[in-house]
Ligand binder design. Structure first.
Ligand SMILES: Nc1nc2c(ncn2[C@@H]2O[C@H](COP(=O)(O)OP(=O)(O)OP(=O)(O)O)[C@@H](O)[C@H]2O)c(=O)[nH]1
Ligand SMILES: [Mg+2]
Length: 441
């Protein structure tokens, strides 16, 4: 499929113990053979040979050369990997020698792109390779490796099959309306199928949200009336004095942000201005921002002052956050008396264990046990588009519109799902996608 042989340095270009220069293509073995001290042409597939890279007769480096013959290789082509000493100069030198012996410099992601074009992996698997490289936690790495092994295909393929079945049904009816033995298609049959299909998509989309949470972190907003200790809590969580803390109500006027990692999830923390009826113009703007952040939040930490009875403002805030995913945090526990049922902390004294435990419990349970799921935005976007297509199809069915007109929407949904796997896709999209990869991958 590709006529040229590509080469690239596949490890970071910096000093290290070893660097790997990789070659892929029909001439990979021949090109490497020209530079290597031993014969590679006869070398068995999937073996490693020890020797020297030479420029004319001069020894350049002592190396290990792996030979992988097509088709069972990363790219499905002949692949050679040269493990050399990890100096920047020497690695570049070897690459240059390969290029002057007939290889072409690979573009970012081109090795993986070849694996895709040769059909070894689908587009979602290629994306997962990039996601694995970028993964910043156990969970995101775990999701990516599942993706590489085909979890997205497993998720999407049954949905494609359902649509094929619906399309086939419609086609039979359009083509052979006169045949008695062909079951006539009725909307009573199609409608429930469509409804179930949309429900399945909703389920995947719902779980996709947890997938994205793992990757991007949870937008967590700290709210409460002035002076309850929101900024103190932010500082305690971040383990640094990021926000200003004073005993003056209305200290925080702007948004203060910071990130912490809790086990496998990340919290994107936002400290806000205390919400109350303020007179001060600047504070009012701050409060407006707080409300905005509150409405966008994925998790809300409602902070109360445990040393005081609930005020009307507290009650109002509790009411407003009722339908949000929230934790009610009783701060200033050091000043409080009586029962301590719930999350009691003392932000000022950095005593926040019960909150950390509650957060861990929340996310270990909610997100991490589920698999497989979608977490890639391109894939989620296409899934949503396919859902919209089917919502249109459903509406048309309800209006008893001609089946062949409805088929257009169903076909669109089908194509959008296929596009997730890269099976109906535009060249430019694929190019941009692979260009995000590292060189040599
Ligand atoms: N005793 C005690 N005092 C605390 C605790 N947490 C915070 N404080 C004090 O409460 C006062 C207000 O703390 P902040 O963290 O500034 O409160 P805030 O909610 O951010 O206030 P605004 O930004 O004005 O809305 C400060 O004097 C803190 O030292 C706590 O756990 N125990
Ligand atoms: Mg504050």
């Amino acid at each position: 499929m590709f006529s040229d042989t590509i080469a690239a340095i596949s490890t970071p270009l910096q000093e290290g113990a070893i660097s790997i220069v990789r070659l892929s293509g029909a001439d990979a073995i021949e090109i490497a053979d020209k530079l290597f001290s031993k014969d590679l042409i006869q070398q068995k597939s999937h073996t490693i040979s020890y020797g020297y890279i030479k420029e004319n007769d001069k020894i350049i480096d002592e190396v290990l050369v792996s030979v992988f013959r097509a088709p069972k290789t990363y790219t499905c082509e002949d692949v050679v990997e040269i493990n050399c000493h990890g100096g920047v100069f020497i690695t570049r030198k070897i690459l240059t020698l390969l290029l002057s012996n007939g290889a072409r410099l690979a573009k970012p992601g081109e090795f993986t792109m070849r694996a895709f074009y040769h059909g070894r992996i689908d587009l979602s698997q290629a994306e997962a390779v990039e996601e694995l490289i970028e993964a910043s936690s156990d969970v995101s790495a775990d999701m990516a490796i599942k993706g590489i092994r085909g979890s997205v295909r497993q998720l999407i393929e049954p949905l494609i099959e359902d649509l094929m079945e619906i399309i086939a049904n419609i086609e039979v009816n359009i083509d052979y309306p006169e045949y008695d033995d062909v079951e006539t298609l009725t909307f009573e049959q199609l409608l429930p199928k469509t409804t179930i299909w949309i429900k399945k998509i909703d389920k995947i989309l719902e779980r996709a949200q947890s997938g994205q949470i793992v990757k991007r972190g949870i937008d967590t907003v700290i709210v409460g009336r002035p002076n309850v200790g929101k900024s103190s809590l932010l500082n305690a969580l971040l383990e640094e004095d990021k926000a200003i803390v004073t005993n003056i109500a209305g200290t925080t006027r702007d948004i203060v942000e910071g990130n912490i990692r809790l086990g496998s999830v990340q919290l994107n923390l936002i400290d806000t201005a205390g919400i109350h009826d303020a007179e001060d113009e600047i504070e009012k703007i701050g409060i407006r921002k707080s409300e905005e952040k509150l409405s966008e939040a994925q998790l809300v930490l409602v902070v109360l002052d445990a040393s005081q009875p609930l005020t009307p403002e507290d009650k109002q805030l509790l009411k407003r956050t009722e339908n949000k995913l929230r934790l009610i945090v009783h701060n200033k526990a050091d000043l409080a008396e009586g029962d301590k049922d719930g999350i009691f902390i003392s932000a000022k004294n950095k005593n926040i264990d019960s909150l950390l435990q509650a957060l861990n419990a929340l996310y270990e349970q909610n997100i991490l046990k589920e698999d497989p799921l979608l977490s890639n935005e391109r894939q989620i976007g296409l899934l949503k588009t396919a859902k919209d297509d089917m919502i249109r199809a459903k509406a048309a069915m309800e209006m008893q519109i001609e089946p062949d007109l409805i088929e257009i929407d169903i076909m669109a949904a089908h194509d959008h799902l296929k596009e997730i796997l890269g099976e109906v896709s535009r060249e430019d999209l694929i190019d941009t996608l692979f260009s995000k990869f590292c060189l040599g991958k």
